[in-house]
Design a protein around this ligand. Structure first.
Ligand code: E4P
Length: 218
């Protein structure tokens, strides 16, 4: 499964990039606003760090014509910039037009497998089902994600499914088990995925045992 980071924070992206596990970045208007900047400026900075790995940049327009115009501008920033469009009828029209021009589209704010199917049929390169926000309203986000993965796999769509709105490490585990293509993960959860108390305990014991015989190791 590919691992993306879900942030517009440059320090976090640089840190996770240094781990050697980063496959891409997703941003959204809220994440960019949190950094006190605008999408074109920040996405250009992120795209440079990533080289040829994808970064998603979300449009603000809500009509197809505006989405296409804004999408073309965002795609000009760098070849690895994908255009993120919020799911709606206008987005289907814009997805078709942009994908026919060779611009990759990530359809976001997906909350049902049928929305994902419609986006995939319109030519989306990525769909982003929001797992955590469904959990928030008492609906199983994982069921929606699993059905989405199953339907797109059954019909052999090229569209990649990005598990989004990830709230804890087991969301990532579940996405990996169901064969989801990508998970876009917040920084704090990426850190949790590396840590284990038994690992810390094991390192401390190896050090203590070694030092009993050899003296201080460092
Ligand atoms: C996905 O691309 C979105 O940026 C993101 O996963 C939203 O997550 P949230 O529900 O934690 O805001």
């Amino acid at each position: 499964m590919k691992i993306f980071i879900d942030t517009a924070n440059l320090d976090m992206i640089k840190e996770i990039n240094s781990w050697g596990i980063l496959d891409g970045v997703t941003t959204n208007p809220s994440l960019v606003a949190k950094e006190g900047t605008d999408t074109p400026t920040r996405v250009a900075e992120i795209a440079k760090i990533l080289g040829d790995r994808p970064v998603s940049a979300e449009v603000m327009a809500l009509d197809a014509e505006g989405m296409i115009k804004e999408g073309r501008e965002l795609a000009k920033i760098a070849p690895n910039v994908n255009v993120k469009l919020p799911m709606c009828v206008e987005t289907l029209k814009a997805t078709k037009a942009l994908s026919e021009e060779g611009i990759k589209v990530n359809v976001t704010l997906i909350f049902s497998p049928l929305q994902a199917l419609m986006a995939a049929k319109a030519g989306a390169a990525f769909v982003s089902p929001f797992v955590g926000r469904l959990d928030d309203i008492g609906t199983r986000g994982n069921d929606m994600l699993a059905e989405t993965v199953q339907i797109l796999n059954t019909y052999g769509f090229d569209t990649e499914v990005i598990a989004a709105s990830i709230r804890h490490p087991t969301h990532v585990l579940d996405a990996a088990e169901m064969g989801c293509d990508i998970a876009t993960i917040p920084y704090n959860i990426l850190k949790m995925m590396v840590a284990h108390p038994k690992t810390d305990e094991g390192i401390a014991k190896f050090k203590a045992d070694y030092e009993k015989v050899n003296g201080p190791s460092q």
